[in-house]
Design a protein around this ligand. Structure first.
Ligand code: NAD
Length: 260
């Protein structure tokens, strides 16, 4: 079955992995709801580029820490397109710090954006998905959903939580042609990763070069960063008919990191 004419809502899609997924889906004829923070002109440009694929793309700037804004975003998507057929819970932030210095407000923000927002988007889209009799929910997890690294207590806890949420939703909708899976990437060179290079260097007392080679790519046995295009391709596969029996699971794309 072609995905043409379906609608995807991708949280945190003004940058990085989310933007890559939006581009990948738009190229397959999927209408897009983008979300995230950014400059108005950059977002306008992104919408135009997506629409060059002959689809309709809209933007909603809902803050993923605010359940009422999330509900309003889903309503706008459903009012515009009828339903959200594909939900990609992708928005996420990071903070790197030893536990004794970890700011409690950063813990709360990471829990809200990286974990609780997926609960709010999912509970809002699920009724229409059920009515349509088809749906795909993809939660952007991380290798840090499966294994830990020091100084990322909130991120690792939230990403482990997302896997539990993924399994639970998969079971609840298993007989309704709706799947729910998690993608667990290794390091992808997006702004989220660029920003933590300096912080990790400080927390570990090493240079930025050492962070890239001895921390990030040390874990990745291929010695290559994962690309947004590779993750977008995996997300598209999870939306294909071939993947209809893949549900409630995590798929790693981490250069062998979690195999070791
Ligand atoms: P990024 O910083 O490039 O993009 C994050 C997006 O989330 C942006 O669009 C930003 O505006 C949005 N966002 C942040 N706070 C928000 C909020 N309160 N409300 C709405 N939107 C908000 O990051 P990325 O690397 O593309 O990460 C995307 C996802 O992939 C995250 O969940 C991240 O944990 C996960 N991930 C990233 C990597 C990596 O190496 N980059 C690895 C594994 C998992």
């Amino acid at each position: 079955m072609s995905l043409k004419g379906k609608t995807a809502l991708i949280t945190g899609s003004t940058s990085g992995i989310g933007l890559g997924i939006a581009k990948g889906f738009a190229a397959q004829g999927v209408n897009i709801v983008i979300n995230g923070f950014g400059k108005e002109d950059a977002i306008e440009k992104e919408l135009k580029e997506l629409e060059a694929n002959g689809i309709k793309a809209i933007y909603n700037g809902a803050d993923m820490t605010k359940p009422d804004e999330i509900a309003a975003m889903v309503k706008q998507a459903e009012d515009t397109f009828g339903a959200v057929d594909i939900l990609v819970n992708n928005a996420g932030i990071q903070h790197v710090s030893p536990i004794e210095d970890f700011p409690p407000e950063k813990w709360d923000a990471i829990m809200a954006i990286n974990l609780s927002s997926s609960f709010h988007t999912t509970r809002n889209v699920i009724t229409k998905m059920r009515e349509q009799g088809w749906g795909r929910i993809i939660n952007m997890c991380s290798a840090h959903g499966l294994v830990a690294s020091p100084y990322k207590s909130a991120y690792v806890a939230a990403k482990h939580g997302i896997l539990g949420f993924t399994k639970t939703i998969a079971l609840e909708v298993a007989q309704e042609n709706i799947t729910c899976n998690a993608i667990c990437p290794g390091y992808v060179r997006t702004p989220l990763v660029e920003n933590q290079i300096a912080d990790t260097a400080k927390a570990r007392g090493i240079t930025e070069e050492e962070v890239i080679n001895d921390v990030m790519l040390k874990a990745q046995w291929t010695k290559k960063f994962v690309t947004v295009e590779q993750i977008s391709g995996l997300a598209l596969f999870l939306c294909s008919d071939t993947a209809e029996n893949i549900t409630g699971t995590d798929i790693t794309i981490d250069g062998g990191w979690t195999a070791a």
